[in-house]
Design a binder for this molecule. Structure first.
Ligand code: NI
Length: 395
Protein backbone atom coordinates (compact mmCIF):
# COMPACT_ATOMS: atom_id res chain seq x y z
CA UNK A 1 0.00 0.00 0.00
CA UNK A 2 1.05 3.57 -0.58
CA UNK A 3 1.38 6.04 2.24
CA UNK A 4 -1.13 8.49 0.75
CA UNK A 5 -3.95 9.37 3.14
CA UNK A 6 -6.76 9.27 0.58
CA UNK A 7 -9.41 9.73 3.19
CA UNK A 8 -7.93 12.99 4.40
CA UNK A 9 -7.27 14.25 0.88
CA UNK A 10 -10.84 13.52 -0.17
CA UNK A 11 -12.12 15.29 2.94
CA UNK A 12 -9.84 18.29 2.31
CA UNK A 13 -11.32 18.57 -1.20
CA UNK A 14 -14.92 18.18 0.02
CA UNK A 15 -15.84 21.78 -0.85
CA UNK A 16 -14.44 21.37 -4.36
CA UNK A 17 -16.45 18.19 -4.89
CA UNK A 18 -19.61 19.61 -3.34
CA UNK A 19 -19.54 22.85 -5.34
CA UNK A 20 -19.02 20.96 -8.60
CA UNK A 21 -21.81 18.52 -7.75
CA UNK A 22 -24.24 21.32 -6.90
CA UNK A 23 -23.32 23.25 -10.03
CA UNK A 24 -24.01 20.16 -12.19
CA UNK A 25 -27.20 19.56 -10.23
CA UNK A 26 -28.40 23.10 -10.89
CA UNK A 27 -27.69 22.77 -14.62
CA UNK A 28 -28.69 19.22 -15.61
CA UNK A 29 -28.45 18.14 -19.25
CA UNK A 30 -30.07 15.19 -21.02
CA UNK A 31 -28.13 12.46 -22.82
CA UNK A 32 -25.86 13.64 -25.67
CA UNK A 33 -26.66 17.25 -24.73
CA UNK A 34 -24.09 17.49 -21.91
CA UNK A 35 -22.25 20.39 -23.56
CA UNK A 36 -22.00 22.63 -20.51
CA UNK A 37 -21.10 19.73 -18.21
CA UNK A 38 -18.49 18.37 -20.62
CA UNK A 39 -17.02 21.87 -20.98
CA UNK A 40 -16.52 22.17 -17.23
CA UNK A 41 -15.10 18.65 -17.04
CA UNK A 42 -12.59 19.38 -19.83
CA UNK A 43 -11.62 22.70 -18.24
CA UNK A 44 -10.98 21.14 -14.83
CA UNK A 45 -8.95 18.28 -16.33
CA UNK A 46 -6.83 20.64 -18.47
CA UNK A 47 -6.12 22.70 -15.38
CA UNK A 48 -4.49 19.57 -13.94
CA UNK A 49 -2.22 19.37 -16.97
CA UNK A 50 -3.86 16.22 -18.32
CA UNK A 51 -4.07 15.23 -21.96
CA UNK A 52 -7.77 15.88 -22.65
CA UNK A 53 -9.89 14.72 -25.58
CA UNK A 54 -13.40 16.11 -26.10
CA UNK A 55 -16.23 14.91 -28.33
CA UNK A 56 -15.59 11.21 -27.69
CA UNK A 57 -18.84 9.29 -28.22
CA UNK A 58 -20.47 12.65 -29.14
CA UNK A 59 -20.31 14.60 -25.86
CA UNK A 60 -17.90 12.46 -23.82
CA UNK A 61 -14.56 13.58 -22.40
CA UNK A 62 -11.45 11.45 -21.92
CA UNK A 63 -8.24 12.36 -20.10
CA UNK A 64 -5.03 10.44 -19.55
CA UNK A 65 -2.83 10.57 -16.48
CA UNK A 66 0.50 8.79 -16.76
CA UNK A 67 2.01 7.50 -13.55
CA UNK A 68 5.70 7.61 -12.78
CA UNK A 69 5.98 3.80 -12.79
CA UNK A 70 5.17 1.24 -15.47
CA UNK A 71 1.88 -0.59 -15.06
CA UNK A 72 -1.53 -1.28 -16.57
CA UNK A 73 -4.03 1.18 -17.99
CA UNK A 74 -7.01 1.54 -15.69
CA UNK A 75 -10.15 3.10 -17.15
CA UNK A 76 -12.38 4.84 -14.62
CA UNK A 77 -15.74 6.10 -15.74
CA UNK A 78 -18.37 8.57 -14.56
CA UNK A 79 -21.67 9.24 -16.33
CA UNK A 80 -22.79 12.85 -16.87
CA UNK A 81 -26.41 12.81 -18.07
CA UNK A 82 -29.62 13.78 -16.27
CA UNK A 83 -33.21 12.56 -16.61
CA UNK A 84 -36.41 14.06 -18.05
CA UNK A 85 -38.00 14.67 -14.62
CA UNK A 86 -39.27 17.90 -13.07
CA UNK A 87 -37.39 18.32 -9.78
CA UNK A 88 -39.55 18.80 -6.69
CA UNK A 89 -36.76 19.56 -4.21
CA UNK A 90 -36.60 23.10 -2.78
CA UNK A 91 -32.82 23.26 -2.25
CA UNK A 92 -30.78 26.25 -3.42
CA UNK A 93 -29.06 23.94 -5.89
CA UNK A 94 -32.31 22.56 -7.35
CA UNK A 95 -32.49 22.21 -11.13
CA UNK A 96 -32.87 25.43 -13.09
CA UNK A 97 -33.60 23.48 -16.26
CA UNK A 98 -37.38 22.84 -16.35
CA UNK A 99 -38.30 19.19 -16.81
CA UNK A 100 -34.69 18.00 -16.47
CA UNK A 101 -33.13 16.74 -13.26
CA UNK A 102 -30.13 14.87 -11.93
CA UNK A 103 -32.36 12.23 -10.32
CA UNK A 104 -29.87 9.37 -10.47
CA UNK A 105 -26.76 10.95 -8.96
CA UNK A 106 -24.68 11.30 -12.12
CA UNK A 107 -23.91 14.87 -10.99
CA UNK A 108 -22.18 13.31 -7.96
CA UNK A 109 -20.34 10.77 -10.14
CA UNK A 110 -18.92 13.48 -12.40
CA UNK A 111 -17.90 15.69 -9.47
CA UNK A 112 -16.31 12.77 -7.59
CA UNK A 113 -14.28 11.64 -10.58
CA UNK A 114 -12.96 15.17 -11.14
CA UNK A 115 -11.79 15.17 -7.53
CA UNK A 116 -10.18 11.75 -8.01
CA UNK A 117 -8.32 13.17 -11.02
CA UNK A 118 -7.19 16.10 -8.89
CA UNK A 119 -5.89 13.87 -6.11
CA UNK A 120 -4.11 11.41 -8.39
CA UNK A 121 -2.55 14.18 -10.50
CA UNK A 122 -0.74 15.29 -7.37
CA UNK A 123 0.54 11.75 -6.80
CA UNK A 124 1.94 10.68 -10.17
CA UNK A 125 5.03 9.54 -8.30
CA UNK A 126 2.98 6.89 -6.49
CA UNK A 127 1.11 5.74 -9.57
CA UNK A 128 1.82 2.56 -11.53
CA UNK A 129 0.55 2.66 -15.07
CA UNK A 130 -1.92 5.02 -16.70
CA UNK A 131 -5.32 6.22 -15.56
CA UNK A 132 -7.86 6.88 -18.28
CA UNK A 133 -10.58 9.17 -16.94
CA UNK A 134 -13.78 8.69 -18.91
CA UNK A 135 -16.75 11.04 -18.60
CA UNK A 136 -19.57 9.34 -20.43
CA UNK A 137 -22.72 10.89 -21.94
CA UNK A 138 -26.17 9.37 -22.18
CA UNK A 139 -26.15 6.49 -19.71
CA UNK A 140 -29.93 6.52 -19.29
CA UNK A 141 -30.86 4.11 -22.05
CA UNK A 142 -29.49 6.17 -24.92
CA UNK A 143 -26.31 4.26 -25.75
CA UNK A 144 -23.61 6.57 -24.38
CA UNK A 145 -21.22 3.77 -23.44
CA UNK A 146 -21.57 2.05 -26.81
CA UNK A 147 -21.01 5.37 -28.51
CA UNK A 148 -17.71 5.86 -26.62
CA UNK A 149 -16.67 2.24 -27.25
CA UNK A 150 -17.27 2.82 -30.96
CA UNK A 151 -14.93 5.81 -30.74
CA UNK A 152 -12.21 3.55 -29.35
CA UNK A 153 -12.32 4.41 -25.66
CA UNK A 154 -11.38 0.84 -24.68
CA UNK A 155 -8.19 0.71 -26.77
CA UNK A 156 -5.25 -0.26 -24.59
CA UNK A 157 -7.37 -0.56 -21.46
CA UNK A 158 -6.47 -3.38 -19.04
CA UNK A 159 -8.91 -2.83 -16.15
CA UNK A 160 -12.04 -0.79 -15.57
CA UNK A 161 -13.60 0.77 -12.48
CA UNK A 162 -16.83 2.68 -11.89
CA UNK A 163 -19.15 3.47 -9.01
CA UNK A 164 -22.72 4.56 -8.35
CA UNK A 165 -24.12 6.45 -5.39
CA UNK A 166 -26.87 4.26 -3.95
CA UNK A 167 -29.89 5.76 -2.23
CA UNK A 168 -31.33 2.37 -1.27
CA UNK A 169 -28.65 2.26 1.43
CA UNK A 170 -27.33 4.77 4.00
CA UNK A 171 -24.04 6.66 3.89
CA UNK A 172 -21.34 4.38 5.26
CA UNK A 173 -22.60 1.33 3.38
CA UNK A 174 -20.52 0.05 0.47
CA UNK A 175 -21.68 -2.58 -2.00
CA UNK A 176 -18.72 -4.39 -3.55
CA UNK A 177 -19.81 -7.72 -5.00
CA UNK A 178 -17.82 -10.20 -7.11
CA UNK A 179 -19.59 -11.68 -10.13
CA UNK A 180 -22.91 -10.37 -11.44
CA UNK A 181 -23.74 -6.96 -9.95
CA UNK A 182 -26.35 -5.53 -12.31
CA UNK A 183 -28.74 -7.35 -14.59
CA UNK A 184 -28.82 -7.87 -18.32
CA UNK A 185 -31.79 -5.98 -19.74
CA UNK A 186 -33.96 -6.81 -22.73
CA UNK A 187 -37.04 -5.05 -24.09
CA UNK A 188 -39.85 -7.04 -25.61
CA UNK A 189 -42.69 -5.98 -27.89
CA UNK A 190 -45.55 -8.32 -28.66
CA UNK A 191 -48.28 -7.94 -31.27
CA UNK A 192 -51.26 -10.21 -30.63
CA UNK A 193 -53.11 -10.48 -33.91
CA UNK A 194 -56.71 -11.72 -33.91
CA UNK A 195 -59.81 -10.89 -35.88
CA UNK A 196 -61.83 -7.81 -35.04
CA UNK A 197 -65.55 -7.35 -35.26
CA UNK A 198 -68.72 -6.30 -33.49
CA UNK A 199 -68.54 -6.66 -29.72
CA UNK A 200 -72.08 -8.04 -29.73
CA UNK A 201 -70.94 -10.97 -31.89
CA UNK A 202 -67.77 -12.33 -30.24
CA UNK A 203 -68.33 -15.66 -31.95
CA UNK A 204 -67.43 -13.98 -35.24
CA UNK A 205 -64.13 -12.61 -33.88
CA UNK A 206 -60.83 -13.91 -32.52
CA UNK A 207 -60.43 -11.59 -29.57
CA UNK A 208 -56.85 -10.31 -29.08
CA UNK A 209 -57.82 -8.49 -25.86
CA UNK A 210 -58.70 -11.73 -24.11
CA UNK A 211 -55.58 -13.38 -25.53
CA UNK A 212 -53.38 -10.46 -24.37
CA UNK A 213 -54.86 -10.67 -20.88
CA UNK A 214 -54.10 -14.39 -20.70
CA UNK A 215 -50.59 -13.76 -22.01
CA UNK A 216 -49.93 -11.26 -19.21
CA UNK A 217 -51.12 -13.79 -16.65
CA UNK A 218 -49.29 -16.73 -18.18
CA UNK A 219 -46.02 -14.76 -18.34
CA UNK A 220 -46.07 -14.63 -14.52
CA UNK A 221 -45.18 -18.32 -14.56
CA UNK A 222 -41.99 -17.92 -16.61
CA UNK A 223 -39.98 -16.90 -13.54
CA UNK A 224 -42.08 -18.59 -10.84
CA UNK A 225 -42.24 -22.03 -12.54
CA UNK A 226 -39.17 -22.22 -14.76
CA UNK A 227 -36.30 -20.39 -13.05
CA UNK A 228 -34.33 -21.98 -10.22
CA UNK A 229 -35.63 -20.24 -7.06
CA UNK A 230 -32.02 -19.53 -6.08
CA UNK A 231 -31.44 -17.60 -9.31
CA UNK A 232 -32.85 -14.18 -10.14
CA UNK A 233 -34.99 -13.08 -13.07
CA UNK A 234 -37.73 -10.57 -13.84
CA UNK A 235 -40.39 -10.51 -16.55
CA UNK A 236 -42.44 -7.31 -16.37
CA UNK A 237 -45.24 -6.37 -18.76
CA UNK A 238 -45.40 -2.60 -18.58
CA UNK A 239 -47.62 -1.60 -21.51
CA UNK A 240 -50.87 -3.11 -22.74
CA UNK A 241 -52.74 -1.36 -25.51
CA UNK A 242 -55.75 -2.30 -27.63
CA UNK A 243 -59.02 -1.04 -28.94
CA UNK A 244 -60.75 2.15 -29.98
CA UNK A 245 -64.37 1.87 -28.83
CA UNK A 246 -66.58 0.06 -26.29
CA UNK A 247 -68.47 -1.90 -28.92
CA UNK A 248 -65.65 -3.05 -31.18
CA UNK A 249 -63.43 -6.09 -30.74
CA UNK A 250 -60.11 -4.74 -32.05
CA UNK A 251 -58.06 -6.68 -34.57
CA UNK A 252 -54.90 -6.62 -32.47
CA UNK A 253 -53.37 -5.86 -29.08
CA UNK A 254 -49.86 -4.73 -28.18
CA UNK A 255 -47.75 -5.50 -25.14
CA UNK A 256 -44.35 -4.24 -24.09
CA UNK A 257 -42.07 -4.86 -21.19
CA UNK A 258 -38.67 -5.93 -20.00
CA UNK A 259 -36.74 -9.08 -19.07
CA UNK A 260 -33.91 -8.88 -16.50
CA UNK A 261 -31.46 -11.68 -15.75
CA UNK A 262 -27.88 -12.16 -14.52
CA UNK A 263 -26.69 -15.54 -15.75
CA UNK A 264 -26.54 -16.45 -19.47
CA UNK A 265 -28.16 -19.85 -18.77
CA UNK A 266 -31.07 -18.16 -17.04
CA UNK A 267 -31.35 -15.63 -19.86
CA UNK A 268 -31.65 -18.42 -22.44
CA UNK A 269 -34.22 -20.35 -20.40
CA UNK A 270 -36.36 -17.26 -19.72
CA UNK A 271 -36.27 -16.24 -23.39
CA UNK A 272 -37.28 -19.70 -24.54
CA UNK A 273 -40.13 -20.03 -22.02
CA UNK A 274 -41.23 -16.48 -22.76
CA UNK A 275 -41.56 -17.12 -26.48
CA UNK A 276 -43.19 -20.50 -26.03
CA UNK A 277 -45.75 -19.04 -23.58
CA UNK A 278 -46.66 -16.07 -25.74
CA UNK A 279 -47.04 -18.08 -28.94
CA UNK A 280 -48.81 -20.96 -27.21
CA UNK A 281 -51.38 -18.85 -25.39
CA UNK A 282 -52.06 -16.69 -28.45
CA UNK A 283 -52.54 -19.74 -30.64
CA UNK A 284 -54.72 -21.53 -28.10
CA UNK A 285 -57.05 -18.55 -28.08
CA UNK A 286 -57.34 -18.27 -31.85
CA UNK A 287 -54.81 -15.49 -32.35
CA UNK A 288 -51.16 -15.37 -33.34
CA UNK A 289 -48.29 -13.41 -31.84
CA UNK A 290 -45.29 -11.58 -33.23
CA UNK A 291 -42.44 -10.96 -30.80
CA UNK A 292 -39.54 -8.53 -31.05
CA UNK A 293 -36.82 -8.98 -28.41
CA UNK A 294 -34.13 -6.29 -28.13
CA UNK A 295 -30.97 -6.73 -26.08
CA UNK A 296 -30.40 -3.44 -24.27
CA UNK A 297 -27.38 -4.16 -22.09
CA UNK A 298 -25.51 -7.26 -20.94
CA UNK A 299 -25.10 -7.90 -17.20
CA UNK A 300 -22.46 -6.03 -15.25
CA UNK A 301 -20.13 -8.82 -14.12
CA UNK A 302 -17.41 -7.91 -11.64
CA UNK A 303 -14.06 -9.61 -11.94
CA UNK A 304 -13.33 -11.50 -8.68
CA UNK A 305 -9.68 -10.45 -8.50
CA UNK A 306 -10.24 -6.74 -9.17
CA UNK A 307 -13.23 -6.78 -6.83
CA UNK A 308 -11.14 -8.28 -4.06
CA UNK A 309 -8.65 -5.42 -4.41
CA UNK A 310 -11.48 -2.88 -4.07
CA UNK A 311 -12.91 -4.74 -1.07
CA UNK A 312 -9.52 -4.82 0.67
CA UNK A 313 -8.95 -1.15 -0.13
CA UNK A 314 -12.37 -0.30 1.32
CA UNK A 315 -11.80 -2.31 4.49
CA UNK A 316 -8.47 -0.60 5.06
CA UNK A 317 -9.73 2.93 4.32
CA UNK A 318 -13.07 2.63 6.10
CA UNK A 319 -12.78 0.08 8.89
CA UNK A 320 -16.09 1.32 10.32
CA UNK A 321 -18.00 0.93 7.03
CA UNK A 322 -20.50 -1.79 6.29
CA UNK A 323 -19.08 -3.63 3.30
CA UNK A 324 -21.78 -5.64 1.61
CA UNK A 325 -20.29 -8.33 -0.63
CA UNK A 326 -23.61 -9.79 -1.82
CA UNK A 327 -25.56 -6.74 -3.02
CA UNK A 328 -26.96 -7.10 -6.54
CA UNK A 329 -29.63 -5.15 -8.38
CA UNK A 330 -32.00 -6.03 -11.22
CA UNK A 331 -31.31 -2.54 -12.57
CA UNK A 332 -29.03 -2.35 -15.59
CA UNK A 333 -26.09 -0.16 -16.59
CA UNK A 334 -24.47 0.45 -19.93
CA UNK A 335 -21.12 0.24 -18.12
CA UNK A 336 -21.57 -3.43 -19.02
CA UNK A 337 -20.37 -2.57 -22.54
CA UNK A 338 -17.07 -1.29 -21.11
CA UNK A 339 -16.69 -4.32 -18.82
CA UNK A 340 -17.75 -6.98 -21.30
CA UNK A 341 -14.27 -8.20 -22.18
CA UNK A 342 -12.18 -6.30 -19.67
CA UNK A 343 -11.91 -7.24 -15.99
CA UNK A 344 -13.27 -4.60 -13.68
CA UNK A 345 -15.33 -3.67 -10.67
CA UNK A 346 -18.50 -1.61 -10.47
CA UNK A 347 -19.31 -0.76 -6.87
CA UNK A 348 -22.03 1.07 -4.95
CA UNK A 349 -21.63 3.86 -2.40
CA UNK A 350 -24.50 4.25 0.07
CA UNK A 351 -25.83 7.82 -0.15
CA UNK A 352 -29.13 7.96 1.75
CA UNK A 353 -29.81 9.63 5.07
CA UNK A 354 -33.40 8.99 6.17
CA UNK A 355 -33.01 11.26 9.24
CA UNK A 356 -32.36 14.20 6.90
CA UNK A 357 -35.12 13.12 4.51
CA UNK A 358 -32.52 12.22 1.88
CA UNK A 359 -33.77 8.79 0.93
CA UNK A 360 -36.01 9.22 -2.11
CA UNK A 361 -35.28 6.47 -4.62
CA UNK A 362 -33.32 6.97 -7.83
CA UNK A 363 -35.33 8.51 -10.71
CA UNK A 364 -37.74 10.16 -8.23
CA UNK A 365 -38.56 13.93 -8.43
CA UNK A 366 -37.35 14.35 -4.83
CA UNK A 367 -34.15 12.32 -5.24
CA UNK A 368 -31.19 13.84 -3.42
CA UNK A 369 -28.14 12.38 -1.69
CA UNK A 370 -26.38 12.99 1.60
CA UNK A 371 -23.21 14.68 0.35
CA UNK A 372 -21.20 12.93 3.07
CA UNK A 373 -21.12 10.09 0.52
CA UNK A 374 -18.95 12.22 -1.81
CA UNK A 375 -15.58 11.99 -0.01
CA UNK A 376 -16.18 8.30 0.66
CA UNK A 377 -16.59 7.59 -3.04
CA UNK A 378 -13.64 9.83 -3.93
CA UNK A 379 -11.26 8.20 -1.44
CA UNK A 380 -12.30 4.66 -2.31
CA UNK A 381 -12.01 5.24 -6.05
CA UNK A 382 -8.65 7.03 -5.85
CA UNK A 383 -7.19 4.37 -3.56
CA UNK A 384 -8.61 1.53 -5.67
CA UNK A 385 -7.06 2.92 -8.86
CA UNK A 386 -3.66 3.11 -7.17
CA UNK A 387 -4.08 -0.38 -5.69
CA UNK A 388 -5.11 -1.96 -9.02
CA UNK A 389 -2.17 -0.27 -10.79
CA UNK A 390 0.22 -1.46 -8.12
CA UNK A 391 -1.06 -5.04 -8.00
CA UNK A 392 -1.00 -5.65 -11.73
CA UNK A 393 2.22 -3.75 -12.39
CA UNK A 394 3.99 -6.57 -10.61
CA UNK A 395 2.44 -9.40 -12.60
NI1 NI B 1 -27.54 6.03 -12.68
Amino acid sequence: MTAIDFRKEAQDLMEYTRSLRRDFHRHPELGFQEHRTAGIVARELRELGLDVQEGVGKTGVVALLKGAHPGPTVLVRADMDALPIQEENQTDYASENPGVMHACGHDAHTAMLLTVARILSAHRDALHGTVKFVFQPAEEGMGGAESMVKDGVLEGVDYVLAMHVWNDRPVGWLGIVPGPAMAAAERFQIRVIGKGGHAAHPELTEDPVVAAAHIVTALQTVVSRHVDPLEAAVVSVTMLQAGTAFNIVPPEARLEGTIRTFEPDVTREVRMRFQRTVHGVAQGLGCRAEIVLDDLTPAVINDPEVTKIVQETAAELFPEAEIDTTHRTMGSEDMAFMMYNIPGCYFFVGSANPAKGLDAPHHHPRFDIDEDALPIGVALMAASIVAVGERFAAS
